[in-house]
Unconditional design. Structure first.
Length: 40
C-alpha cells in the first residue's frame, strides 16, 4: 500500500521490518522482490 501511495521510503522500511520477522523462504523471497521493485 505504501508504495502504491508513492511513499517508497516508508515502504522500504516496512519491508525491512517484515524481513526480520520469522517466516518461511517463500515469504522472504516475495518481500525481497517487492522491495527490489520499489525504485524501478
Amino acid at each position: 500500500m505504501l508504495s502504491e501511495l508513492g511513499r517508497a521510503g516508508e515502504a522500504e522500511e516496512a519491508y525491512a521490518a517484515a524481513l526480520e520477522c520469522p517466516g518461511n523462504n517463500a515469504e522472504s523471497d516475495y518481500i525481497s522482490a517487492r522491495a527490489a521493485d520499489l525504485y524501478r
